[in-house]
Design a protein. Sequence first.
Length: 346
Amino acid sequence: MKIHHSQPFFDKDDENSLIQVLRSGYISSGKRAAFLGKCVASLLEKRWGIPVQGGTDALAAALKILDLKDNSRVAVPAYVCSAPLDAIAISGLRPVPVDIDRHTLAIDPDLVNRRAGISAVIGAHLFGIPAPLHRIRNRNLIEDCAQTLGAKTEGRMVGSIGRMAICSFYATKLLSTGHGGAIAGNDMELYRMAVDLFDHDKREEWEPHLHYRMSDLNAALGISQMRKLKSFIRERRRVAARYSLALGQKRIADSIFSRFLVVSEKTGAEELAGLFERSGIEAKRPVYKPVFMYLGEPARKFPNASWAHEKIVSVPLYPGMDESQIVKIEIFLEKHRHDLRCWPPA
């Protein structure tokens, strides 16, 4: 049987949390959503947090409450999925792709700082690798922590650096509520603007609002999942250490391994994924198609993003994998260790 690339982990505690909400008769946004917001804020070392229905919703809301002028330029990693483009378009802004740092696979702070006319920056900590986004000088930095919740960079929690932070609780993320996400920040004026943006009922005059708030049903699952985050991270790092050893690497990188990435010295990502597939292992490019390609930009302008797209493959690693699945992947990695290496290197 094929080993799936990614899969959420749920247990009896998760089931019971959902049953309790259903039996309460209150499933829309309420006290459980408010409590999850506090949990997210604490994890990201922010003063406030609001759960929403998706990571893209969180990003769109963050851009909205920054109250930027129409067509303002927003720096975005050249190597990331298309979701930030959706949020930028919804907000009436313009994306400016910036190449990544090859080691962290995150937006390159030095390149961002050299760009003129940038009104905001979306900085994503990708694949569990904490990035040095504290080096970005733009005041309107939004940290995307969807794949790196609970990690630290330079002694600070991921999410604590930017003016705002957002995260996703989609099925393939570190924590899952099915669909879901959150926005968090320190500035209480931004909090009031976010509440005003989301709360549409009982108003004397109409103006457009975003109906993004998370339900208590999803939030109850999120709270239950949040309690397991540390154990999830420990398990990911434990399995990553085994994979790394199979490749002849005794140390593991500074990562919480929301993805375990490998690079082939001889073949490209598509061919490498096919090699895994023929062995019953579903491996994938971690980004299906990077932002710069969607925008029709030439690869030569983004050498590191282009390299990552052409070379990197993500291998199955998630809580709940059984021993036989882990061993099967170890055997594959050991067999091909002459050609494969972990990314980033330890």
